[in-house]
Design a binder for this molecule. Structure first.
Ligand code: ATP
Length: 350
């Protein structure tokens, strides 16, 4: 039973958090609805997990602000699931510190305010969708009077309103994933952790999930999203952190990370000798057919254009040399130099 961490795991007190600031909403029952005035949704410092000789998470430092949709990315084995387990209190850290919704990791009260969609889950095939949601209302400790509204609202939100009476065993993978999302969102949690929420979905389903996540964000809910589908992440997330070997290697808004400072110019009249001469002034230049790519400060772009024209070339197009999030990912996880924001803390922008 899967969808909501708040119902099931035994508590643990987590690591001591003395060095991390305590925040006002750590107390049970505090209102979490005003982004910016409360503790960050998630804060970790050098959070680590070892299993014997294996280091599953080396030292995760990140901050996720309230109301953000935050993408948590990394290659297989980078430590993402381990980090999620620590954040949810399902595993105990071996080192470092962390707070979720202002409380130490594993805090049982806070757990009630977290919704969780695990990656590999199976609901009981003999239950109807409506029964799964009802069961999770009960496990979440929601007041009985709220169950009908929660169940109907959940089914509607995830596009299963006409499937409530159907057995889960007859559901496609995508429908099960939608149901899992509905379960994770029961009771309007303050933080929702979604592990690969779109992996089984067709393009329509993915677009639905994007709509649902945006809707959830409108309510002020923080979404922590783990996905290998980088184009989805790029479209959905306010900020991302890329982890590799258990550490953050790049962090920032997808657009910031992907804007690598390059400029592309479509020209004619250039040859290798001319490019080599211009490179003395403008640093590394790459000519690929008609396209010249340079890594330049924005203020130097007019100088480059003027130099090209002065050298006899004609300039047709000047545009930002934008990478995709996938380009950034491949660069930072393969040991190359990190893109913008790399290597630092995944902090909340000031
Ligand atoms: P994926 O994208 O494949 O799901 P991940 O980033 O979620 O990968 P984790 O599952 O957190 O990676 O695993 C990180 C490392 O820790 C891996 O080398 C894994 O083998 C190891 N690991 C995770 N859990 C355990 C465990 N219970 N015992 C031993 N090693 C573990």
């Amino acid at each position: 039973m899967f969808g909501q961490i708040r119902r099931k795991a035994p508590g643990n007190s987590g690591v001591p958090s003395a060095a991390m600031p305590a925040h006002s909403d750590a107390e049970p029952g505090a209102s979490p609805r005003t982004p910016g005035t409360l503790a960050p949704a998630i804060e970790t410092r050098e959070l680590a997990k070892r299993y014997g000789a294996i280091t599953a998470l080396a030292g995760l430092t990140l901050t996720v602000g309230r109301g953000e949709v935050f993408g948590f990315l990394g290659p297989n084995g980078a430590g993402k699931t381990t980090a999620v387990k620590l954040l949810l209190g399902l595993a105990r850290p071996s080192g470092g510190q962390g707070r979720v919704l202002g409380a130490p990791l594993g805090d049982r009260t806070v757990r009630r305010r977290i919704g969780y969609l695990p990656e590999l889950f199976r609901y009981q095939p003999w239950l109807r969708a409506r029964e799964v949601l009802r069961l999770h209302c009960e496990l979440a400790g929601l007041p009985r009077s709220a169950w009908p509204g929660e169940v109907a609202g959940g089914l509607r939100l995830v596009g299963l309103a006409d499937r409530g009476e159907h057995l889960v065993g007859t559901f496609s993978k995508g429908m099960q994933q939608r149901l899992g999302l509905g379960v994770a969102l029961l009771g309007s949690p303050d933080l929702v952790v979604l592990d690969e929420p779109t992996s089984a979905l067709d393009p329509v389903g993915r677009s639905d999930v994007r709509r649902i996540v945006r809707e959830v964000r409108e309510r002020g809910t923080t979404v922590f999203l783990n996905s290998h589908l980088l184009t989805e992440v790029e479209r959905l997330c306010d900020r991302v952190a890329i982890v590799d070997h258990g550490r953050v290697v790049a962090a920032g808004a997808p657009g910031e990370l992907a804007a690598d400072g390059a400029v592309r110019v479509r020209t004619d009249g250039l040859d290798a000798a001319l490019v080599a001469r211009l490179a003395l002034d403008f640093g590394e230049l790459r000519l690929d057919g008609e396209w010249l790519t340079a890594a330049l400060e924005p203020a130097r772009v007019p100088d480059l254009v003027a130099a090209l024209v002065a050298a006899g070339a004609r300039v047709h197009v000047v545009e930002p040399g934008r990478s995709t999030l996938e380009d950034v990912f491949l660069r930072v996880v393969s040991g190359g130099s990190a893109g913008g924001g790399a290597g630092g803390e995944a902090g909340v922008p000031a």
